[in-house]
Design a protein around this ligand. Sequence first.
Ligand code: ZN
Length: 276
Amino acid sequence: MHHGIATFDLRRFSDTLRASAVPLQAIDFLGLGEESFTFLLLRVQTRWQVANIHVDQHFKEDSRYLNIKWEEDGKVGRRIFRLWPLHVLGGDYIEKAVPDDVCALQIVAPVGQLPPGRYRLEWTQYDPWDSGAVYLPPADGDNCLDIELGALSEMPQIYLGKRLLVTAVGLGKQKIEIGGNYWLKIDEFNPTFEGEPRFIGNIYSTGPDGVTRSMPYNPVSFYLVGCQMPFLVDKDGDGVTYCRRCRVLFWEDAHRECGDAVILPDTIFVEGGDGQ
Ligand SMILES: [Zn+2]
C-alpha cells in the first residue's frame, strides 16, 4: 500500500488460477483493519470457453454440409476444430484450423466420410510442443459437444448399389487386415425394426486367377455404421468366420484343423462405396 494505492502481482496466483477447474475466478479484497471488510476486486477468465453452439446441417448430392457457429468467453489463438465420429470405434476425425477473429466454420464432406450417427465436436488449440498424438476427448471435456448428424432415411440414398471392399476384421482390440479379395454389393435397405441400419447384399471373392465369383452364402445381411459392420450374416443367419492361417472368410463349420487361427470377428471393416 503506497499513497492509498495497493498493488499486487497477479502472477503470484497464476498457478492456483490455472490449476482450478472453475473457468471464471473471483478475487476478493479483504481489508483487515479496525473494521474488516471485503469486496470483489476483479474477475479473471482463466479458461477459454466455447458457448452457444449452433449447428446447421444439410445433405446435397452425396455431400454433407455443416455450418457451425458459436460464441466464446476468453480469447485464444491457433484454434482447432475437430469432429469425432462416436458411432465408429477408432474412426477418423476431421480437423480444421479456425481462422483468427472468426467463430464460424463450414465443413463439407462426402456422406461416406460423414455417415448418419453420433459425433463429438471439439474446440482446442494447436500446441507446437504436442507429441502429435490426438485422442478423443471425454464427453464432459472442455469445449466439447455431442450431436447427431444425418438421419437413417438418408442411408438408402448413400449406400444402395454401392460396392464395398472388405479390408479387415476385428476381434476385441485386434484389427486383422485380410487383403483385397472380398467385396460386397449393397442391394437393399431392409430394417426389420425401426432405426435399424440393416442392408442386404451379396459378397464376392476374387480368386488367385483374378476371376470374381459370387459366394455360396448369398444373400448376406449386415448393419452399416460408417465404415464398420458389427455383423455380417449369411442367408442362414450365421455370423462370418475368418481363418487367420488360410486368410479366408467363410460361413460354415470348417477349418477345424486351423484351431485358434479361426475367429468369429465382432467387427468387419470396409471401404469404398464408389458404385462400380
Ligand atoms: Zn484355415
